[in-house]
Write a protein that binds this ligand. Structure first.
Ligand code: HEM
Length: 437
């Protein structure tokens, strides 16, 4: 039987809260089973077998949901899998869910792909709300993403940023196009991998990391019909979705296994303060009861996926917006005279009228989420984005490639857990010389 392409199209994450300028779209946190009786809101008319799956259309999930919400209101019930999905599309409703009812809504759905990639919901991001989540989350906030720990990786961030700046310099000298998308991904991967495991993304043995990242993202954003009904599991097997998920998992697991093996071997020679993130995780496993190797691998995966293309995608979109709006680019670069050789003090909030808006306090823009499941690495994420963006704007003038006008820059989004650009952002750079400016 042929499988309808719609049903095989990927389903972007229910994890990431997509904040779209003045509107807000949230699909995904779910109520803890048995903790409350839910009176579901209304939604569009559904079909007997496939519920609302046919309404998703061929566009990206967040776009389809946004269109549906314009017709059916800011609180809408959809049948897209076994449990009901409630789509929230206004700041007021988001406040109700993420603030007033956060406790009842702060577990995530246990979808097949999430469960597999998180080693059976053993990580921080997908584990249901409860004691184990609290324990892992506390470790993340107190140990991994504490100001002290973030500062301790300052040299890594600086070295990696300088490396990329040099690379862009040589491309600028040769007047060749800079593939910013590629460079930014490798930069954030290197920063994350060196801090987490002590070795970079590009270091020989880790070349498979790029493939692994792509395959894992693809698996996480795939729509599995088993999530809709176990009776439809055969469709996922027939379409190859199950084997792709299995392959991504095996690749991820072999990399995690290898890293843990090497780190365990050297752990005995280290003092408590020494080491990278994985060393700290292994120490925690020794000290805390009930933590398994799967918990360690789960958290490692969160760090790798959470720490890489979230920040690189943010910088990519920011650069694409700036190149399409030269007056904004000029305003951003006029700040260069104030940098005085210290681009890390770049403060994007200078460009915003209302800092409350940027911080998610009014629920219009919530790039890091809100409530109990808010991104535990918010400060690190902000730091990485600011540092990289500031360096790109401080060190170079950016231009469109010959023959292109700003309207040619595609703003099409790709499918995936994090919203990426569909097409790589390629620009021309010239080195900025502060002495002649
Ligand atoms: C610009 C960068 C980043 C953005 C925009 C971002 C965004 C988000 C969002 C929207 C969530 C879901 C929040 C919710 O459900 O309310 C989240 C959760 C999470 N993020 Fe980030 N993030 C970023 C960087 C990072 C980094 C660098 C790491 C780790 C190295 C990380 C690790 C996590 C983890 C572990 C969770 C799950 C927390 C939980 O469920 O308790 N993120 N992030």
């Amino acid at each position: 039987m042929a499988v309808p392409p719609l049903l095989l199209s990927s389903l972007p994450s229910l994890l990431v809260v997509l904040a779209l300028l003045s509107s807000l779209l949230l699909a995904g946190r779910k109520a803890r089973r048995g903790s409350a009786t839910w009176k579901l809101p209304t939604g569009p008319a559904k079909l007997p077998v496939i519920g609302h799956l046919h309404l998703l259309g061929s566009s990206l999930l967040h776009r389809s949901l946004w269109e549906l919400s314009k017709k059916h209101g800011p609180l809408m019930h959809l049948k897209l899998r076994r449990d009901p999905v409630v789509v929230v599309s206004s700041p007021e409703m988001a406040k109700e869910v993420l603030k007033t009812h956060d406790l009842e809504c702060c577990s995530r759905p246990s979808l097949l792909s999430y469960s597999k990639i998180s080693y059976g919901l053993s990580d921080v991001a997908f584990i249901p709300y409860g004691e184990r989540w609290r324990q892992l989350r506390k470790f993340c906030t107190v140990v991994l993403f504490s100001t002290r720990k973030i500062n301790s990786f300052r040299d890594i961030r600086k070295e990696e940023t300088e490396r990329v700046t040099k690379l862009i310099c040589s491309q600028a000298r040769a007047s060749t196009m800079v593939n910013l998308s590629e460079l930014l991904l490798s930069l954030s991967c290197n920063m994350t991998c060196r801090a987490a495991f002590g070795s970079g993304f590009d270091d020989g043995g880790d070349i498979q990391l790029h493939d692994m990242l792509n395959e894992t993202q693809e698996a996480l954003s795939g729509l599995f019909l088993s999530d809709y009904s176990p009776l439809l599991g055969w469709v996922d097997r027939l379409s190859g979705m199950r084997s792709r998920l299995e392959r991504a998992y095996l690749k991820l697991d072999s990399i995690d296994q290898r890293r843990i093996y090497y780190h365990q071997a050297r752990l005995r020679q280290q003092s408590k303060e020494d080491g990278d993130v994985l060393d700290a995780l292994l120490r925690m496993q020794k000290d805390e009861e009930g933590l398994t190797k799967d918990h360690i691998k789960g958290v490692l995966t969160n760090i790798f996926i959470g720490g890489t293309d979230t920040s690189s995608a943010t910088v990519e979109w920011a650069m694409a917006e700036l190149i399409r709006q030269p007056e904004l680019m000029k305003r951003a670069q006029d700040e260069r005279s104030q940098f005085v050789g210290e681009p890390h003090v770049f403060d994007p909030e200078r460009f915003m009228h209302d800092s409350k808006e940027a911080d998610g306090q009014d629920f219009k823009l919530i790039p890091f989420g809100v409530g109990r499941r808010i991104c535990p690495a918010k400060n690190l994420g902000m730091l990485m984005v600011e540092l990289v963006l500031a360096n790109l704007l401080y060190s170079f003038d950016w231009h469109l490639p010959p023959g292109m006008v700003k309207e040619d820059i595609s703003m099409e989004e790709a499918r995936g857990v994090n919203v990426h650009r569909e097409y790589a952002l390629c620009l021309m750079a010239t080195k900025y010389d502060a002495s002649t400016a």
